[in-house]
Design a protein around this ligand. Structure first.
Ligand code: UD2
Length: 296
């Protein structure tokens, strides 16, 4: 059990980019640092549920719905209730500037929801990147006492299939569906050395989606705190990374390897056609009209 090991790799180490799908079309179920990549067929749901049932765990789940994004909460929560940690204790923490727009969704017995009111922002970038600071503070004020694991998830999404205890691990990231067959020099990492999120073109494992951050409360705290500090340094120099906090998350995961990776089954986009390797879509970004849902 290496779940307590913090797997760091040094800057500038040169090694081959890991593949997600092998040339014969088979999915790759393990990263080159021996972290599992969760795909359909790599776990037995009945067995893994029975193992985790014996532990009395709570999974905190943070979701941000500011401005017009409250419209996504109903489908997000209703589909989560059908698919997300069914039979396990889940506590949703919904951050919003419009608590009156949080829909009343019937939750199963062991699932709870807390609404946390936060001030509005008028730049969508600020909303997205301020998630790190808010996650850091929530962990300090509550989650250290209230949960074992935490996931931070995008709200403009729906669950279509099982997302269960197979996703739990010390530090968990999801491979972005748009880049799993892309050479790393073409990843949309931050490429300006002035930014704390900078990654040189010869480095990189996977491109991780900012929509999913998970793991033990302590480890996710470290992610949120570090990314928030790096975002603050960038902000003091008036630099905003290419993909805001997602860029900083990618930098963090490159040098602090996740202990478990979620395949693109766990982070899809509704507009993307199905592909052979993805047998089941579990969680997917809904199609949205950016101009209509964002504050600017
Ligand atoms: C990508 C990432 C997202 C984030 C962003 C970079 C995926 C699939 N998505 O999505 O996680 O890293 O790039 O900034 O990896 N939000 C609000 N109100 C708003 C705007 C955003 O509540 O007006 C929240 C909401 O929880 C949303 C999240 O911020 O899910 C991310 O914003 P987005 O979905 O607009 O970002 P997007 O689609 O560019």
């Amino acid at each position: 059990e290496n779940s307590l090991l913090h797997l760091q790799s040094p800057y500038g180490l040169s090694y081959k980019q890991p593949s997600v799908v092998s040339p014969d079309g088979k999915v790759v179920p393990v990263a080159p640092w021996l972290a599992p990549v969760v795909w359909e067929g790599t776990f037995d749901p009945t067995l893994i549920d029975s193992i985790y049932k014996q532990q009395n765990i709570t999974i905190a789940t943070t979701v941000f719905a500011l401005g017009k994004y409250t419209q996504f909460l109903k489908d997000f929560l209703e589909s989560a209730e059908q698919n997300y940690f069914v039979g396990f204790r889940v506590h949703y923490y919904v951050f919003t500037d419009h608590p009156e727009n949080v829909p009343a969704v019937k939750l199963s017995e062991e699932h709870n929801l807390t609404v946390l009111t936060v001030p509005s922002s008028n730049r969508w970038q600020d909303i997205s990147l301020s998630r790190m600071a808010r996650l850091e503070k929530l962990i300090e004020s509550r989650l250290f006492n209230e949960a074992d694991y935490v996931f931070s998830l995008d709200v403009d999404s729906k669950f279509y299939g099982r997302w269960g205890v197979e996703t739990l691990g010390r530090l968990v990231g999801a491979i972005h569906p748009g880049y799993y067959q892309t050479p790393r020099e073409q990843f949309p990492y931050e490429r300006r050395p002035e930014s704390q999120a900078f990654i040189p073109s010869a480095e990189g494992d996977y491109y991780y989606g900012g929509a999913v951050i998970g793991g033990l409360v302590k480890d996710v705290h470290e992610v949120a705190k570090t990314c928030r500090e790096q975002l603050d340094i960038d902000a003091s120099k008036s630099i905003e990374a290419a993909w805001q906090e997602e860029s900083h998350l990618n930098k963090y995961f490159l040098y602090n390897k996740p202990s478990k990776l979620l395949s693109p089954e766990y982070l899809w986009q509704d507009f993307k056609p199905h592909t052979n390797e993805v047998k089941i879509i579990r969680y997917s970004q809904v199609i949205k009209n950016y101009a209509a849902v964002r504050p600017n």
